[in-house]
Ligand binder design. Structure first.
Ligand SMILES: Nc1ncnc2c1ncn2[C@@H]1O[C@H](COP(=O)(O)OP(=O)(O)OP(=O)(O)O)[C@@H](O)[C@H]1O
Ligand SMILES: [Mg+2]
Length: 153
């Protein structure tokens, strides 16, 4: 497992997303875990800034997925921001549900970031970046980032 990073301020969480965006490209999957208010959406805001896509990044809680188009001068890669909270629990089902949303963006050409995605969306890709956000009892946010190879089905 990776190092636990301390993220005292929302800006730190956003900066982490922005920094990690530099290593992401078409077809990459980012799985975000952590409790309510841990900073998953704040992280995706940084991801969006790092990729150079159109905002605003808001909580997709009521829409399941939002698409963010590349802006001129950005990485040229769209961002799909998904909330898996209400999606099905199996890999194949989730893939079907995302398919059913009929997004304009081809997931293979986008960076896909999924809140509440752990244990749900891993099978969408052969590997993913796992970002585990936590809130310590004193409310300090922390993150552990790791690259995970999907288990063979
Ligand atoms: N270090 C920090 N990093 C991120 N957010 C922080 C931090 N400190 C305080 N906050 C606050 O915590 C809240 C995090 O909200 P955010 O919507 O990103 O959480 P979330 O993990 O997406 O929650 P949900 O599961 O409801 O989608 C924001 O109001 C933010 O200002
Ligand atoms: Mg959120």
């Amino acid at each position: 497992m990776g190092v636990e990073l301390e993220l005292p301020e929302p800006a730190d969480t956003e900066a982490l997303g922005e920094r990690l965006a530099a290593g992401l490209g078409p077809g990459d999957l980012v799985v975000l875990s952590g409790p309510l208010g841990a900073g998953k959406t704040v992280f995706v805001r940084g991801l969006a800034r790092g990729l150079g896509v159109a905002g605003p990044v808001t909580s997709p809680t009521f829409v399941i997925a939002r698409e963010h188009r590349p802006l001129p001068g950005g990485a040229g890669v769209p961002l799909v921001h998904v909330d898996a909270y209400r999606l099905g629990s199996g890999g194949a089902e989730v893939a079907d549900e995302l398919d059913d949303l009929d997004l304009d963006t081809d997931l293979a050409e986008a960076v896909v970031a999924v809140e509440w995605g752990e244990g749900v969306v891993e099978r969408l890709a052969a590997r993913h970046l796992l970002v585990r956000l936590s809130r310590r009892p004193d409310d300090l946010r922390t993150a552990v980032v790791s690259r995970v190879e999907a288990e063979r089905a």
